[in-house]
Design a protein around this ligand. Structure first.
Ligand SMILES: *Cc1c(COP(=O)(O)O)cnc(C)c1O
Length: 395
């Protein structure tokens, strides 16, 4: 088994990844594959992205030493504050990079899929900024559940297209976006929201999110006198905030990687989204990875209290990190995540997104030594989850 964690020239991480796409998309994906590395390494591209990251997104996001949380868990705990970014999460790092790429490839029409609406809002935001047409596919069920995000996208000028096939959630919205891309290959660019999909998307999204770990390196060095932690902890839906958090440290054995996936009501129930624990090899949205599926290969509907973690697949990088035991993967239940969210709120005055709360809950599953340095990525803020929190708070 390969212990190489960067993608190979065929788009694989070990046995995971690749590009399993319909013939009609071949030219699109091939053009992207041939151009993405050159474009994102261009000096002009880097300059424009750096400036926008600083002045528009508000980067670098702080690395905050959480004193009371550190006392509680008996280690030096730092929080990487992606929740303080414009639009409230790490997703903007990716959408900003991809829209600059789309513009340089001469595309004029942007499409995206969204589940909870967070990626849809981040995409609609950069489309407004760049004056590009924006169409977001969203399941009918999710549209009902996430009305505020639908209104934000519309106010930003995007068209939200309701998807009524299947379970009317993220997986179905993704299928519909792929169908649109098939029909409009020449003018349309598809902004995928996580480290999923056919190669080169997982690698491209990981690179665009890797700014998180580059900043951690610098910030740890200036605050702690060494540029690496003992532990890095992040939640995993498709895997983009975790990929960004781990990226610079993938080959650094001094650093233990911990990924928290959503167990929902528990991995021994049928209400779970713990793909790495429960999935088997299969193909989903153009990638060979772990997939939650029935005996005969039907993709099963995942469940988590957090809308951003209930994807029935997982990015191929994370499937590989788990298979090679480079990362430890914890399955965190709804209950553990909610408790961790209330704990952070009361100890540090930070209300995290429900997704990020899964990463925070991992702290309670580990035993640390007092001198150990732990960095937890807070992928987003909790504003969008207030209804859920209030309901639970008053129970
Ligand atoms: C979308 C989202 C996630 C999950 O996506 P990844 O690609 O796994 O990072 C996690 N946290 C927040 C706040 C999100 O919006």
């Amino acid at each position: 088994m390969t212990m190489e964690y960067n993608v190979d020239e065929n788009g694989y991480y070990g046995t995971f990844g690749g590009a399993y796409i319909p013939e009609i998309l071949y030219a699109n994906v091939e053009t992207l594959r041939n151009n993405y590395l050159n474009i994102i390494s261009e000096e002009g591209f880097q300059k424009e992205l750096d400036t926008l990251m600083r002045d528009y997104v508000g980067r670098p996001s702080p690395l905050y030493y959480a004193r009371r949380l550190s006392e509680k868990y008996g280690a030096k705990i730092y929080l990487k504050r992606e929740d303080l970014n414009h639009t409230g999460a790490h997703k903007i790092n990716n959408t900003l990079g991809q829209i600059l790429l789309a513009r340089r490839m001469g595309k004029t029409r942007i499409i995206a899929e969204t589940g909870a609406g967070q990626h849809g809002v981040a995409t609609a935001t950069v489309c407004a900024l760049m004056n590009m047409q924006c169409i977001v596919y969203m399941g009918e069920t999710d549209i009902r559940r996430q009305h505020l995000n639908v209104q934000k996208m519309q106010m930003l000028g995007a068209e939200v297209r309701s998807v009524t096939s299947g379970n009317k959630t993220l997986k179905d919205a993704t299928n519909e976006a792929i169908r649109d891309w098939c029909c409009n290959p020449s003018d349309t660019y598809y902004i995928i929201g996580s480290t999923v999909g056919p190669h080169p998307y997982p690698d491209m999204v990981a690179r665009l999110q890797s700014i998180i770990s580059r900043e951690i390196k610098r910030q740890l060095f200036s605050q702690q006198g060494r540029d690496y932690p003992d532990y890095l902890v992040a939640c995993v839906g498709g895997g983009s905030n975790a990929a960004g958090t781990f990226y610079e440290y993938l080959r650094d054995d001094r650093v233990k990687l911990v990924a928290a996936e959503a167990a929902g009501l528990g991995i021994d129930t049928d209400q779970s989204a713990a793909t790495i624990h429960l999935g088997r090899k299969g193909i989903i949205h153009g990638s060979r990875t772990l997939v939650m599926q029935t005996e005969d290969g039907q993709i099963t509907e995942p469940y988590s209290i957090s809308a951003g973690l209930d994807y029935p697949g997982i990015g191929p990088l994370h499937a590989h990190l788990a298979a090679t035991h480079r990362a430890e993967v914890l399955a965190v239940t709804d209950r553990q995540a909610v408790d961790a969210a209330f704990e952070l709120t009361r100890l540090e005055g930070i209300i995290p997104a429900l997704e990020s709360a899964h990463a925070l809950a991992a702290l309670g599953c580990k035993k640390f030594r007092p001198e150990e340095v732990v960095v937890v990525t807070v992928s987003g803020r909790g504003d969008k989850d207030m209804e859920t929190y209030v309901k639970l708070f008053n129970r």
